[in-house]
Ligand binder design. Sequence first.
Ligand SMILES: [Zn+2]
Length: 240
Amino acid sequence: MWHLLSLVIGLVLGSFLNVVIYRLPRKNLSISRPSYSICPSCGERILWHDNIPVISYILLRGRCRKCKAKISPRYPFVELANGFCYLINSYVALNSLEFIALCLLISCSLIIAFIDLEFMLIPDVTLFLVALASFMVWLVRGFGLYNLLGVAMVTALMIVLGLLYRGGLGSGDIILMAALSLSLGVISSFYTLILASVSAIVYALIKNKGKLLMKQKIPFGTFLAPAGYVFLLIQRYIPM
Ligand SMILES: [Zn+2]
């Protein structure tokens, strides 16, 4: 029952994440107003029965009821991903504080992933919430002092990489990785960096049809945040 409830909460909050992903980087829009959802194409209010996570998207065949404009598949994807991860968190978390922290982390990671992908920026509020979630996980998992050394090492490495590869790593990426490394510790932080780098390179290769351009800007936060979440989940099960 608890697991099913986690899935449903994740799906419903996933719908809210879509609102945040759309409105947060657009300076002329507010997260709270209007309080209802609107179609990005025609501006028409979306009624509650057309706004049920995933189900409405399928019933409406991915189109707005009013103007028939296509709705991005990002909407059901974010809802499903958030719901599925909340379900996993309900199995992995040792207590309710860790569950809340892991849920906060994956929700922020989804926001960061899609905003960075589109706008090449990581909003400050999401960095703050990732730091808070990471701090909570660090507390629950025995606040190892060794992890503080990890934060220092990872941050120093990221600054050096940022200097070597100018324009490739923004200050947002460095702060994001520093925040994650508190709960990840030294080893998992390096695994996270490797997974994020490989994913980013694969993404760049696909986008440029097989060519890797040094000057190309890559939204590193898109890969860093979810990679950090993955290693926080599996940390207990991998040999250190
Ligand atoms: Zn519409």
